[in-house]
Design a protein around this ligand. Structure first.
Ligand SMILES: C[S@@+](CC[C@H](N)C(=O)[O-])C[C@H]1O[C@@H](n2cnc3c(N)ncnc32)[C@H](O)[C@@H]1O
Ligand code: SF4
Length: 377
């Protein structure tokens, strides 16, 4: 039986952050009740994954799902429960923004069966938070964290962003160590990426903001991995850190090319062969659901080699590496040729052991150069 996940996308946010490329909309919270109705209907009319799938994770992401009142979440969960067998779900995550997740609500989330909280800390530094157009401060991070612990969350993850214009290594190291001192169960640390269509992209393009140079980001990346590893948070993916029992099982589904259902605007799902993307427009989402249509904008059927490419792309970004036996026999020779070439080019960055290929941490730093050279055309 193959394990599978369920993703729900909540698109509402108090403000739109200048670097964020995720589908999220500000100042439209009045639409939340109609959105919940539409979401429930989407769940009802959805096609099931084949029966040999066991759902073991649910992830409510966004956007800012902690803005949603528990009474609405209860209805979403009940709709999921009617449609799918949730009895094997052992990891149920919700994303929360500091200062936007009242204690009482956190308590209600827990009583609904949500057992993992992912807090969007990003930074503790006031200037960097304001550069990122975040509306919280460090005190709200600590309060939200303490509230979550005190109501009983035993699995808390903190999201951080580094390599931000204006950030020095000592600013980052101080924030990172402070977060480590809170002892979350898991940490995600992303380097700030400049995504097309964001305000940050325009600022960089118009030379109003200069991003840190690659060499500096590279050094920070390696030192960040070292600090986290030494502090009990081994990196199991390029930006994700935690001991074996605390790794995010839901994200592992994505990276291991497991199937997952997905609901809400911009959410994408995968049934083992076919990928589908929901529309990135709330209005279009409403219209489609109203006319009993699935809110899908694009679908893609993945060939066997597409699936291998995905497994390569995600696998090499993980500590567990890529399983060579996923390559169909008739393509092994061509892969071997590519791999030998890459090994010659980057002898200290890529290696194999027991039918798996791995990038070293330094190799992960160059993954955007190395992985494309291994992919099948
Ligand atoms: C899209 S947010 C949703 C959760 C929540 N609203 C928040 O902001 O934390 C999920 C995570 O993606 C990361 N993220 C989003 N855009 C990013 C970017 N351009 N560069 C690096 N990390 C980014 C942030 O760390 C964030 O916590
Ligand atoms: S980063 Fe989070 S809070 Fe900011 S706009 Fe994106 S989803 Fe919303």
């Amino acid at each position: 039986m193959k394990k599978a996940g369920i993703y729900i996308h909540i698109p509402f946010c108090a403000v739109k952050c200048m670097y964020c490329d995720f589908y999220s909309i500000a100042d439209q919270n009045d639409q939340i009740p109609s959105f919940i109705e539409a979401l429930i209907k989407e769940i009802k009319i959805s096609k099931m994954l084949p029966e040999d799938r066991i759902f073991d994770t649910v992830f409510i992401g966004g956007g800012t799902p902690s803005l949603i009142e528990a009474k609405f979440l209860e209805r979403i969960i009940s709709a999921l429960d009617k449609k799918f067998d949730l009895s094997n779900v052992n990891e149920f995550t919700i994303e929360a923004n500091p200062g936007e997740a009242p204690k009482e609500r956190l308590k209600d989330f827990l009583s609904l069966g949500i057992n993992r909280l992912s807090i969007g800390v990003q930074s503790l530094h006031p200037h960097l938070l304001s550069f990122l157009t975040r509306i919280h401060d460090a005190t709200q991070v600590f309060t939200t964290f303490e509230n979550a612990r005190s109501v009983g969350f035993q699995n808390i993850s903190c999201d951080l962003i580094y390599s931000i214009p204006g950030q020095t290594w000592s600013m980052w190291e101080k924030d990172l160590r402070k977060i480590i001192s809170l002892q979350p169960n898991h940490i995600s640390a992303y380097t700030l990426t400049v995504e097309k269509g964001t305000s940050l992209f325009e600022l960089v393009r118009n030379r109003k903001v200069q991003m840190p140079i690659d060499d500096e980001t590279g050094k920070w990346f390696l030192d960040t991995h070292k600090i986290l590893e030494e502090s009990g948070y081994p990196g199991y993916e390029i930006s994700n850190f935690g001991s074996l029992d605390m790794q995010c099982k839901h994200n592992l589904h994505y990276w291991r090319i497991d199937p997952y259902m997905a609901f809400g605007p911009s959410a994408h799902g995968f049934d083992g062969q076919r990928r589908w993307n929901n529309t990135r427009s709330l209005n279009n989402y409403f219209q489609k659901i109203k006319s009993n249509e699935k809110p899908i904008s694009t679908t893609e059927n993945l060939s066997d080699l597409d699936l291998v490419n995905e497994a390569l792309g995600f696998g090499l970004r993980m500590k567990e590496g890529f399983n060579i036996s996923l390559i169909p026999n008739q393509h092994l020779k061509i892969f071997d040729k590519k791999y030998k070439k890459i090994k010659k080019e980057y002898p200290k960055l890529i290696y194999d052991r027991e039918k798996r290929i791995f990038l070293t941490i330094k190799g992960m730093l160059l993954s955007d150069q190395i992985i494309p050279e291994l992919l099948f055309e």
